[in-house]
Design a protein around this ligand. Structure first.
Ligand SMILES: [Fe+2]
Length: 453
């Protein structure tokens, strides 16, 4: 609730923002990012960052100009009431009412704010105003997920949904007509938190890890119902894309937690192996529920050997990173490059300002996973560097020929810049900095929503 995490108190609309540098003309669309921004928290000590009402922050780019910035709360019923507005009636799952705070994506012509755990996504319009909860024309059995993958080949949406009330997790495929066309309920024990999944050309990977639903369990402080369960086995499930629950192969792995895989793909050497790049935590919510704790999260390469039934782990970097992304055209396919936020813990100032927060985003890393090299761009030692989204320069541009877009806090004006970096020159000066009139609190994920697909 404090410092760069502090929620903003109002919705802002600003036009024609000042820009340092030059916005590429090819960037014709909107950059939109979601994150928690609670309104009306009764007891800040009990507030958990993951549970704050979602607020979208968007910047409209066109013709080399930054036409507007908007931040908008997602109007769940509770949020509409708090703002003194009419409730937007719509479908619900298990009577849950939550303003999605985790991600935003466009699919089947609709812009959707996303969250996991069982409540529905919300549709918003081109100016980020809420349309209402969305259940894919009644075809969505429960909630959706924070993380979805749009297969660049078929353009279908895939995800794994989970819910505290379900003794299974649910693999979903939504067709390009916007209707759920496939659903596989995979039984799991103990209601694990499954924040993301991986998709390859032929398989779906399920991360069944020892963070489980336990609202009454040990741990004091903020109310968040998931906690580390010591001794619980960890396993990776491998489901053929068109398979059923009985076809899942479960491979035992070392206990850990994974919020975010970067990408996964089938090897092309005929060995039948799957490669996953991901950010791995040794432990999560083991000491308390305030947030990531324990050893810092690091980038690893997992090689899944289906014949031997083993997962081989390889650490690729010692530095803490999070929020990994790739070129969306390479999702499910072999990729050479990846991007992530570099977290840093080297600031006493930060420790003083955010007790309990061990690390904050201070820079961006570009990985060349083929060569095993990386480049780093540091922005600030005080945190406030958000997820970087890669936008290709054109439909046929090479894998790293494009731009990285990220919200970066500018401490000198206590406001946020939308920073645009050339992905081939991340150590160079940003191509452009769009100076937003307000601060964008530290948040989660976003996407570039082009005007033309
Ligand atoms: Fe996430």
């Amino acid at each position: 609730m404090r410092g760069l995490f502090a929620p903003v108190k109002e919705e802002t609309t600003a036009y024609e923002m000042a820009v340092t540098g030059r916005i590429p003309e090819e960037l014709d669309g909107r950059y939109v990012r979601n994150g928690p921004n609670p309104l009306g928290v009764d007891d800040p000590a009990a507030y958990h960052w993951f549970s704050g009402d979602g607020m979208l922050h968007g910047v409209r780019l066109r013709g080399g100009r930054a036409e507007w910035y908007r931040n908008r709360w997602v109007r769940s019923d509770a949020m509409a009431m708090r703002l003194g507005e009419k409730i937007l009636h719509g479908p619900r799952h298990l009577d849950m009412d939550f303003a999605p705070n985790s991600h935003v994506t466009r699919f089947a012509g609709r812009l959707l704010a996303l969250v996991e755990g069982g409540s529905l996504p919300y549709e918003v319009d081109a100016e980020l105003d809420t349309v209402g909860p969305f259940d894919f024309a009644g075809t969505l059995p429960g909630g959706l997920a924070a993380h979805t993958t749009i297969d660049p080949d078929t353009e279908e949406l895939h995800c794994v949904a989970y819910c505290w009330a379900w003794p299974y997790v649910q693999y979903l495929v939504v067709g390009t007509d916007g209707r759920v066309r496939r659903r596989v309920d995979v039984p799991v024990d103990g209601r694990p938190m499954m924040h993301d999944f991986s998709l390859t050309e032929r398989h779906v990977l399920l991360y069944d890890l020892p963070v489980v639903f336990n609202p009454g369990g040990v741990g004091v402080g903020p109310s968040f119902p998931y906690v580390w369960e010591p001794g619980r086995p960890a396993r990776l499930g491998v489901l053929p894309r068109e398979g059923q629950a009985a076809d899942v192969r479960w491979l035992e792995i070392d206990p850990c937690f994974v919020f975010h895989p970067m990408n996964a793909y089938e090897t092309e050497d005929g060995s039948g192996r799957i490669v996953v790049h991901l950010v791995r935590y040794e432990r999560l919510f083991a000491k308390g529920r305030t947030g990531p704790d324990g050893a810092p999260p690091v980038l690893e390469r997992w090689t899944v050997d289906l014949r031997a039934g083993r997962v081989h782990r390889e650490r690729l970097d010692e530095r803490p990173v999070e929020l990994p992304r790739v070129d969306p055209r390479r999702l499910t396919l072999p990729h050479r490059y990846g991007y992530a936020v570099l977290e840093s813990a080297d600031s006493d100032l930060r420790a003083a300002r955010f007790p309990g927060i061990e690390r904050m985003g201070c820079g961006l890393v570009k990985y060349d996973l083929e060569r095993g090299t990386s480049e780093v761009r540091r922005f600030t030692s005080q945190g406030g560097v958000g997820e970087a989204v890669f936008v290709p320069a054109g439909p046929d541009a090479a894998e790293d020929d494009g731009w990285l877009l990220a919200y970066v806090h500018a401490p000198e004006r206590d406001a946020t810049d939308l920073v645009i970096l050339a992905a081939r020159d991340i150590t160079g000066e940003p191509v452009a900095r769009v100076h937003l009139p307000v601060r964008v609190p530290v948040g989660f994920h976003g996407n570039w929503i082009p005007d033309r697909e």
